[in-house]
Every structure is written in C-alpha cells, then in structure tokens.
Design a protein around this ligand. Sequence first.
Ligand code: SAM
Length: 675
Amino acid sequence: MAPQAAQLDHLAADRERMVERQIAARGVDDQRVLDAMRQVPREAFVAPGFEEFAYEDSPLPIAEGQTISQPYIVALMIEAAEVRPGDRVLEIGAGSGYAAAVLGRIAAQVYTIERHGGLARSAQDRLARLGYRNIDVRCGDGTLGWPQVAPFDAIIVTAGGPEIPESLRNQLTTGGRLVIPIGSLSDEQRLVKVVRDGEHAFHEEDLGAVRFVPLIGEHGWSEELPEESGAPIEAELRPPARSRPPTGLLRQTAERLPDLDDPAFGRLFDRFADARVVLLGEATHGTSEFYRARAAITRALIERHGFNIVAVEADWPDAAAIDRYVRHKSRPPEATPAFRRFPTWMWRNLEVHEFVDWLRAHNEGQEPAGRAGFFGLDIYNMSASIRAVIDYLDKVDPEAARVARERYGCLTPWQHDPATYGRAVLSAGYAKCEAAVVAMLRELLEQRLLYEAGDSEDFFDAAQNARLVASAERYYRVMYYGAAESWNLRDRHMFETLEQLLAWRGDGSKAVVWAHNSHIGDAAATEMGEMRDEINVGRLCRERFAETAVLIGFGTDRGTVAAASDWDGPMEIKQVRPAHRDSYERLCRDSGVSRFLVDLRQGRSAELRSSLLYPRLERAIGVIYRPETELASHYFEASLPRQFDAYLWFEQTRAVTPLPTTPRPGMPETYPFGL
Ligand code: SAM
C-alpha cells in the first residue's frame, strides 16, 4: 500500500475507534450523528503539531487561546439539537470549523459565526478546501444571532454565556431547538436545551454539567472578565462522565521519591541511561530541592552511565572557571571568581558548590580525557567573553589580539549595559558592530589548525567565547524587535553550544543539561510555541536527537524561593503562593503524594498520559518573582505530557542557600567561587 493510502486507512480506523469508544459507548445513538462524525477528518481542524492527538478524547487548543471541542461534546450537542436533513442550522463559535463540518454532513445549510477574525478566515478556507459547499462562515458577535438569514431549525452555541440570549431564542422556528452552555465562569456551567413551542412559548431541559470557553459579546460576557474568574485562560473541560481531574490516577501511577541522598533516588533514572542528552529543568531559579535533585541525578548518570558533559544555563566564561576546577586544570593567572553578575544566587549557591566539589573529587580518579566537564550555554556575560578572547590571542597571536581589541572596541561603550546597544543600533539604523564580531569569529576559526597546535582545549574555549560575543551582539540588537525573536536566538545559541560540546568530546559523549523548564520543556507544547512561534533547547533537542533526548520537568506547589523583584535587584527569599486551581501543580498537590516521579513517555502510563494531555496552566518563576501578579506574569498554558518525558514533583520546597558575593573578612579568596 502507498504510504499516503496507509495513512488514510490508519486515520479512518482512528476515527472509527473514536466513534465507538468515546461517543457511541457514552450513549449517543443518533445514527446520522455517528455517521457524520465518522466522515469529518478532525486532523484537518486541529492546530499544527496536534494531528497525532486528533482522535484523543479531549478538546485541543487552537489559535486565539480557543479550543476545538472534544468529539463527544460535539456529537452530544448535535444529537440534543435534533438536527435533521433539510434543517437550517446556526452555530455560534465556529472556532476551527469542525463542528460546522459535522453539522454540514447532516443539515441542508449551516451558518456559523466566530468573533475572532483570524479563526473565522481560517475556518472558512479550511471548509472550502475540504469541499464543504453548504456552510457560511461570518465574523461577528454571535450573541446577536444572524437575523438576515433567520429563522433556524436548530442553534448550537459552543461557548458559555451568563444566560440564554433573547435574540437567539427569537431566531428559532416554531419547534426549533437551541443548545447552549450557561452559568458562571468560575464554577459549573450547565448545558441547556431550549425548545420553541410557539410564538412566545418555550420549554427548557438541563443536559448536565459542562465547562466551555466564555461566550463574549453583547448578550454574553464582557471582554474584561473579572480577574478572579481566571476565564481568559480557562478552557472547555470534559462533560460529566469525565469531568473529575485525574488525581486518583496520578496517585496510583506516581513513583514515590526516595530521599535525595539515598542511592535509590539516582537509580530511578537508570531508565534514561541510553539517552544522548538528559535535560533537567526547574520551575524556579532559586529552589534548593531542584538543584539537589539535579545533582543527584547527574551524579548517577556520570558514575553509572558514562555521561561526561554537564551543560548549564550559565555564561560560558563563568562556567569555564568551574570547569577548570573540576577537571583539575591549572588556574589561569588572570582568573576572576565566577558568577558575580546578577543573578548571582542562581549558580553561586551552596547546592551548586557541593555538586562542584563532588565532581572534582569524582574526576580525580579518572584519566584526564574521561573527566566530566562543566560548561555554560548562555550568552549574557559578553564582557567576560570579550576579555577571554583577547587574553587568549595575547598568548597565541599578539597581532590578532590587537585586531580583536579594535574590533571588539565597537561594543565597548555598551559592555556594561548591553541592553542599550540595541537602541543605539536602531537609532543609527544599521547593524553597528555585527560585521566586526562576525569577522573576529571567522578569522579565529580559520586559524584553528595553527592555534590548536598549542592547546586544543584553550582554542575551543576561545572559539566558544567568540561565538558568544557574536550571538550576544545579535541578541541585544534584536531585543528591540521582539521578545520571541531574541528568545529564539538565545535558545538556538544554547542548543548550538550543546552540539559543539558533544562534537568536541567525541563519539560516545553524553550530556546532562540544567536549565529552566521553559528552556528544556518542548516549546511546541506550550502557548509560547503555539502563539509566538518560540522554539527552545528542548524542542531543538527533540528535533536533533529524537527519543535519545529526554526532557524532565520539575514542579512545586509552595514554600520559599530565592528571587528578585526586578532585574538587577537584590535577592530576596520570597514565599511561593500555593498553585492556581487550574494548574498542573494543583493537580499534583491534590494527588496527595508529596514527592514523585511520573514517566510520561509514550507507551508508559498511557492512561495517565492521555488524561493529562489537555492543556492546563503551569507556573514559571524565573530570577524575578512577583507573587502579587502571579496569574498574569508567571502562568502559561501547556500540555505537560507533550512538553516533558518525565516530571518530578516536590510539593513543598525551600530557597537555595546563596553564597556571599564578596569574600568574608579575614578569609583568603579561594578558587573558583572566590570564597
Ligand atoms: N465549534 C468549534 C470547533 O469545532 O472548533 C469550537 C468552538 S470553541 C469551544 C468556542 C468559540 O466561540 C471560540 O472560537 C470563541 O472565539 C467563540 N466565541 C466566543 N464568543 C463568541 C461570540 N459572541 N460570537 C462568536 N463566536 C464567539
């Protein structure tokens, strides 16, 4: 069979299974509805990347923060509206156009209204492409109905309003049926059926509890929804049969975590021994448990499974100082203590210090080539990288060092406040220093053979610093064009640095990455990936290493965290608020298991995985934490099982222990932390 035919066959089989198991088994028995559901290709209506989930038993995200309804609820509503051949039907909330397509298979004519112009246009194009000729799509406020083409035999509303709009009742034929979810935004909504018995006579039936995205319009909710409703990010949930969150399933499936110091903890991660890269996340940049767990996992992967690279979300030149220490390399005379720039506590903390000392001791017994190194992936410390390139060239090629001083001099005015560089470049109207830093990198790489004859490790270090300067120049330049662009540039640099490291350490090299969940969880499974086309290290690793990349997320409910209130502000120990009720974190807390691991890879805990697929809120605390605006500033939507291969949960956590940034009086400065 040709591959395309095989694919179609497989999709038809998925559709058949969906109809049997999710719809007919729950009691929908209108044959016309079941047949229509068998015919409409749901995979053509979901957002790109979600095709493989098209026949899952859940709603799925589409653009504008909206959803394509769960297949069962589409069938249930159409059955309740008693749609028959020959009927004229109005749908409010076209969304992807999926429900309209199902209606179009049964009724004579379908009219559908969508308030978001972009959604309306793409639904219209999609339906035309698929050959539907009896569906009219319009952009507008559906709470007003469509008086020009009324009356309708049936009206279906796929978003939840506060009450039944009069305008819609009045556009029903006598005997016409209206099906609509109504109720408050924060609590339960009811699915209601209204039948028009005569000019002014109606009766109603309650079809059960549901949860939909809000119906926004003149006879719906206002656009400024009350803050506590959490409504803009709330989505349609499953109807009664499946409405309870899967806390019981989570409780049964979660693997309890042994003590972090117990070797059994590290052994839990033996299952990832064959990975090329294991990415360990964190939900904050200042939680002790996350650092200690990552240290314990990394120790096990190094000791038991030959991992030889630890690559962290820190700047290359700072991490290079730690690397020299852990791999017992000589300390350069000009070395300055690492991690003295904001946010110092992120790496200058007791937890990292202990891990670094362990790595040094572990490496002592190894051949130099077999020692595990500690490297930085990030791009912020541009001035230290410039200094490192010049110091290196001073040693190996003083004439090139003179050229480097001149070229990097272009960036000198901004070195200490590089964020202003982009603004200066914008007003100058051209990429001011780009040519100079790119030429510097190119020439350094061209001299590879010559320079490597000295010390190849020193050459690699200098080349990485020159790469960092080139990326940082671009980063600060594009920062003024948009957050997504600079985010992508930074994550691409981190990923490319990881690739350079793996190639440099040769065949058999294996890396553990420590970075925030937002870098290591697959961006394609989050609203940042969906809405803003953000990529990240996790996404790029999956594309490059497929299933030999393992993405592990970390989460917590409450406790304390080290964070600042503003960029460059002082570190504070802040209270982490208990997680939002619609978040994955809340679900984890409600499982009643205080510390656990869940393996979310496909084919492992299939039932749990599928029950968690539908997006919920997730919290990200960075170096800045503003609990007072938490919902707006720290939560985003994601599909956890698509984002991570495994998830580690610590219900209650405490802040890292920061190390001082200036030496204690009377104490000599020791390398590498300068304490
Ligand atoms: N029927 C859709 C499908 O099959 O993809 C799912 C619709 S989604 C659950 C609800 C939709 O209602 C959203 O796309 C939302 O933008 C839309 N909506 C909300 N208020 C509306 C209004 N007053 N008029 C028209 N559409 C509205």
